[in-house]
Design a binder for this molecule. Sequence first.
Ligand code: TMP
Length: 398
Amino acid sequence: MNKKFLDLGLQPLANRYLTIKEKKMNLKEEFYHLLVNFNTKTKLISLSKKVEIKKMFNSSYPYKSSMSKTMLKSFRILSEKIKKKFNPKMFLEIGSNDGALIKNFNNKKVIGIEPCKNLAKITRSKGYKTYCDYWNLKLANKIKKKYKKIDLIYSANTITHIEKLDEVFKSISHVLTKNGVIIIEDPSLLECIKKTSYDQFYNEHIYLFSALALKNILKKHNFEIFDITNLKTHGGSLRYFIKRKKNKNLSIKSNVKKQLKKEIDYGLGKFSTFRKFGESTLKSKKDLIRILNNIKKKNKRIIGYGATAKATTILNYCNIDNHLIEYFVDTTPDKKNKHMPGKKIKILSYDPKLIKNIDYIFLGAWNFKDEIFKKERLFIKNGGKFITHVPSPKIINK
Ligand code: TMP
């Protein structure tokens, strides 16, 4: 049974940034009521209303994995590990984005799947076979006819964006060799709950996995987790290594049991944990608004750093507009001069000059805090301060 624990109000599409023209025209954005559920049987966290996939992933998807040094490094280290440990003959990535991971592999041994045309074009132009399509059984059938030996399937921050999870794993099972391995990484529900990072919820993130819930989904498809790595990316993610149950060549590491125990001990199997998270979220909202208002009362300037999809959730849930946050800075070329969905705060292309006379910076990309603090040493040295809402709203300078 699905039980609601969080109501984040009316939210626009998190990555649907408005162009200058659309803002001028006063474009009527689509808003969706963002409600989050806990399934008492499967322990899976999901959104109650799912937005049509084509509305979110199309030819103008702005998010590029290669924009962050942190992500590039994480993918480089993983590539080395995959080559050394599994040495795949044929590697398939579901959600290959702009190729941040596959570019570390020989293009004869890699297949990318990427439904966003603008992104698929990038990997194709570099000689990587890329299917510009959504991952489903139809595509799996097509691929199976052409490639018989797919022995490694990888997917980062994508599976949780696909509504039909059973079809996802049925399709994977269809193309994967008998002893093939699946590697999936996604934000960790445990970290999200611990940090009250309610901004992990937006229309694209239909699910937020725990090892507990993923185990239940995989069971139906005769797959099992045999290894888990905790990652720092996206505010705390889990990388799951998965095999067929019948494959006895790979043994199950003790860290799988440990993670499951950690999640159960923290209460991820109980509704009451999520009800409390709902209460903490409301408190987080009130505290953040209070901090921003207090700063404004002193006539100080606040801007945002990292025009993230996560920030869209915060702005719209907390009703923050350009009276509180003047503008956002972001390095992504596709976000330049656009406006944040819903609250329409302007996004300027990152330039150190844009933060020079600013008193406070709201960390929209709090998950890149270390990278950003390193870059903005001078701002901090000159007395500048950051505002974060994770794990609770506060002003920080280290
Ligand atoms: P994400 O949190 O969804 O991965 O998005 C991170 C966003 O933050 C992305 O739009 C790029 C932006 N960003 C900057 O503008 N400057 C930076 O130094 C970093 C690390 C990220």
